[in-house]
Ligand binder design. Sequence first.
Ligand code: FAD
Ligand code: EPU
Length: 332
Amino acid sequence: MYSLASLHSFGFPISAHAIMSIDVAADLQAQLSQLNNTAFYILGEGSNTVFLEDYQGTVIKPAFMGIDLKHTDTHYMLKVGASENWHQLVLWCMQHQIYGLENLALIPGTVGAAPIQNIGAYGVEVEQFIHQVDYFDMGEQNHKSLASSNCEFAYRDSVFKNRLADNVVITCVVFAIPKKWKAVMHYGELKALSEPSAIDIFNKVVQVRKDKLPDPSKIGNAGSFFKNPIITSDHYTELLQAWPSIPSYPVDLHKVKVPAAWLIDQLGFKGKKIGGIGCHPNQALVLTNDGSGTGEQLLQLARAIKDAVLSEFSIMMENEVRLIGNKGPVIL
Ligand code: FAD
Ligand code: EPU
């Protein structure tokens, strides 16, 4: 058995039956054939994955590195290995005066995982900068590329979580970053900035995130545990009768997004604990492990929150975090 404690940010002392490290994309076919149709899980840095109990399958750990920069007249084209660290890429871009990714600073995890849930923060989603995703198709046994327009990106969603889920290993991501930079500063604390440079935005995002979110190297967590739910405008209008201050962000003419943190906060979960698992006192959407928590306690707290939100607001929340049990995905 191989320990996964340091390989996922929730930090449960869990093991896997086997770990397969793959350093070269060209070796994927040969190495993956050794799985012989047994269970597997592809792992980046484990910042959106919680292993709840010992995993009986093989954890595949790609190690595809490298940053290759080319130019067109209008764009920087960056081809980046899937296992590069996301924040280090953002930093690299800032150091090379390539601006655009600054709102996405300090998001943990790998470049390869970024398109999977279309990472987003502070008014920007990564889809805006993705040109193409290269992957190995485990069904067809060949290497393929998918243009951004075919990745079916949406809020915390993409084709890689649906039709292609658990069937591809992303090997690299090609970004197209416009040379003409425009500040995005409509979200939260960024509004207060006056004529900021990209570096000002980068610094502000880093500071706000450090103030608000627990550092996974100090306290186990996986960021937002649930997605912010999207509900119909009619449902929202009904909720306003009982909850006049419920916040919302427009999605389209018929739908709005409501902050899950607000819903959870109203129900009094903030600061509550079950054993070593807590609802973070500064950010109700983040569940934490103080080092003594268990997968069972996490499921108990998450289910209690989900049930309470459904009962009070008639909203069915979906977990953002991938929960993995001994045989594979666990449904909340
Ligand atoms: P993992 O957890 O290892 O994997 C996530 C998924 O991707 C799994 O389904 C896995 O099988 C799959 N996967 C990983 N690599 C590959 C690959 N090469 N090929 C195929 N499949 C692969 N997310 C946001 O969007 N915005 C935020 O602001 C944000 N803030 C966070 C703050 C904290 C403190 C934490 C802990 C997490 C936060 N997250 C945020 C979530 C997380 O950072 C992202 O989801 C990130 O993209 C996960 O990367 P990872 O490499 O750790 O993925
Ligand atoms: N709020 C509360 N109580 C809280 C925290 C927040 O009521 O304890 C309310 C406030 O009204 C606040 C609103 O919720 O205005 C939104 O809070 P915040 O700006 O902290 O963002 P969030 O909706 O909780 C989302 C993403 C984060 C991302 C931030 C910033 C999701 C699921 N989460 O969080 O992403 O960093 O916005 O853009 O969309 C992640 O995905 O893991 C993640 C951390």
